[in-house]
Design a protein around this ligand. Structure first.
Ligand code: S3P
Length: 164
């Protein structure tokens, strides 16, 4: 099986869906954020605070390009599509965009304190979602709408797409 990549905005459910999907496919699961934290031995929050976003994006690129082509479900950070090298790398692979509306994302993340971009009050996150949408669509082989959908149903839907 070729690896499956999940992309989407923060709070779109990539990690939760990814973990369940991997379980159903009996394959391994990788979360690029967890991988970065492990390699750098720091939380994402610490990396952003100590080294800045640019350093984080460089680590993210390394993890993506070293990710296994086969046998994995790989959940990516919401900003992975910001770099054109990453978009080029993802194109043509089994990429699923988990699409969530602004209101779903906002309700899920309103109390979140661990995502530096979400915490950054100088950034308009709703606008960021709109800007990124184009980039998610650019790399996606499939788009899965996740609003008001239970994880299990999302996973069922992805599995049916994979069997087509
Ligand atoms: C980011 C999303 C985060 C994480 C980092 C930056 C972003 O991942 O990679 O905080 O730029 O949207 P999640 O999408 O898993 O929250």
């Amino acid at each position: 099986m070729k690896s499956i990549y999940l992309v989407g905005f923060m709070g779109s459910g990539k990690s939760t869906v990814g973990r369940q999907l991997a379980k159903r496919l009996s394959c391994a699961f990788i979360d690029t954020d967890v991988e970065i934290e492990y390699i750098q031995n720091k939380t994402i929050k610490e990396i952003f605070a100590d080294e800045g976003e640019e350093a984080f994006r460089a680590y993210e690129y390394q993890v993506l390009k070293d990710s296994p082509f086969e046998g994995h479900v790989i959940s990516t950070g919401g900003g992975i599509i910001e770099q054109s090298v990453n978009r080029e790398w993802l194109k043509g692979k089994k990429v699923i965009y988990l699409k969530a509306s602004w209101s779903t994302i906002y309700h899920r993340l309103k109390h979140d304190e661990n995502r530096p971009i979400w915490q950054d009050n100088t950034r308009d996150k709703e606008k960021l979602l709109q800007e990124r949408e184009v980039k998610y669509l650019e790399v996606a082989m499939y788009v899965v709408e996740t609003d008001r959908m239970q994880t299990e149903k999302i996973v069922d839907h992805i599995l049916s797409l994979m069997n087509e």
